[in-house]
Design a protein around this ligand. Structure first.
Ligand SMILES: Cc1ncc(COP(=O)(O)O)c(C=O)c1O
Length: 394
């Protein structure tokens, strides 16, 4: 299946025809083309939320959402140690303290661990819906309500996933998506914040554009009630996203079909267990994640799968970006985050903190990325290869 086709080309041509790359202003020149606004409308419809703000990346979306939620120095934000490092970085950028707690077999935040980590300084619980499926979000929502905490969903890897009919990102006080080059819907680079709160949306809208209140067509005369940054999306990226988002359901259907073939085949291997999905029908199926019996068998299987040509095989335990174990950049603190010295000394010292449960799960987890462009024959070949390889290391 082709990822990009004439739909994206047409949206891009619209932008090139006007020459307006900026998402705001230039009203007289735009010939009716507002690609960022158009994609925001599509996100609102898909997510079933009142407000959506398109920004330049998922990282920018998280940073903006945290700022708009009023998170800052001294606040604690609870997140999992299994995530892309951007979730952690965005909290650090606000000056708040990231508090990592264990995941469970959903590969997302464990609600029992979250409860234990709450302190008077906790402000936000930030589940990360990893690898195309969601956390046990109803439990996390309950905890937030009980303790009067904000719920921010990092749904950067889960656009198109849902829990009991509600889209990932739409359940918390705010949710964030990534539309980077590697995501199911891509702008090349891009991200979004969704929320049902008008106030939160307005703060995010201002923060992501130097505080502009976007009140008229003269940027020089616009009000600036807040300071901010530049996390704006470019119309070219938004144009690609407009095409992509119109194909979301089609993309999810293909992912699900291909994933089912791999999962059915691997189900014949009794030693293999699958990731727990809180809602089977809400999986956007970008990955098949399963547990090997031991760390050693996971490592061997990963190497053998790669050698057999199964591209997109991940053993997250050894990956430098998605699990705390290898985040040496924070341990060494070569040039950033001096104010976090003491915190980082503790957080990355395994003799002081324990991620025993996460270590046990992640050291045995393998995820295989599901491709859309596989032919039926290629999916079946992949399924056969995966089963043969996994059996061979057991
Ligand atoms: C869980 C998670 N959060 C945040 C991000 C950051 O998104 P971006 O690459 O668009 O900045 C990613 C990107 O992969 C991610 O996987």
């Amino acid at each position: 299946m082709e990822r990009f086709n004439d739909i994206e080309k047409k949206h891009l041509a619209d932008v090139m025809e006007t020459g307006v790359l900026m998402r705001y202003g230039f009203n007289g020149m735009r010939n009716g083309h507002w690609k960022a606004k158009e994609m925001e409308m599509a996100i609102r419809e898909k997510a079933g939320v009142k407000h959506a703000l398109l920004v330049s990346s998922g990282t920018a979306a998280l940073t903006t959402a945290l700022a708009a939620l009023g998170v800052g120095a001294g606040d604690e934000v609870i997140l999992p140690p299994f995530t892309f490092v951007a979730s952690f970085e965005s909290i650090m950028m606000t000056g708040a303290i990231p508090v990592m707690v264990d995941i469970d077999e959903t590969l997302c935040l464990d609600s029992v661990a979250v409860r234990k980590a709450i302190t008077p300084r906790t402000k936000v619980v930030m589940p990360v819906h990893m690898c195309g499926s969601m956390a046990q979000i109803d439990e996390l929502q309950k905890i937030c309500k009980e303790h009067n905490l904000l719920l921010l969903e990092d749904a950067c890897q889960a656009f198109g996933a849902s829990f009991k009919g509600k889209m990932a990102g739409s359940i918390g006080d705010a949710g964030c998506y990534s539309f980077d080059f590697n995501k199911i819907v891509s702008c090349g680079e891009g991200g979004a914040i969704v929320t049902n709160s008008k106030e939160l949306y307005e703060r995010a809208d201002m923060y992501h554009d130097h505080g502009h209140d976007h009140s008229n067509n003269d940027r020089g005369a616009e009000g600036h009630p807040y300071p901010g940054y530049n996390f704006r999306i470019c119309e070219l990226n938004a144009a690609v996203g407009c095409g992509q988002i119109s194909k979301l359901e089609q993309f999810v259907t293909v992912h699900r079909k291909n994933k089912k073939i791999l999962k059915d085949a691997l189900s014949a291997v009794p030693e293999v267990k699958f990731r727990r999905l809180p809602d089977l029908d809400g999986d956007c199926a970008t990955f098949l994640s399963f547990f090997m019996p031991t760390e050693e068998s996971a490592r061997k299987a990963t190497a053998a799968l790669k050698a057999a040509g199964v591209d997109g095989t991940f053993h997250w335990y050894d990956n430098n970006w998605h699990y705390i174990r290898n985040w040496d950049q924070f341990k060494e603190r070569k040039f950033m985050y001096p104010m976090y010295k003491q915190l980082l000394d503790t957080m990355f010292d395994y003799s002081k903190v324990s991620f025993k449960q996460s270590d046990d799960i992640i050291s045995r987890t393998i995820s295989i990325s599901i491709k859309m462009n596989w032919s039926d024959e290629e999916v079946q070949n992949h399924a056969n290869k995966i089963v043969t390889v996994v059996k061979s290391v057991l």
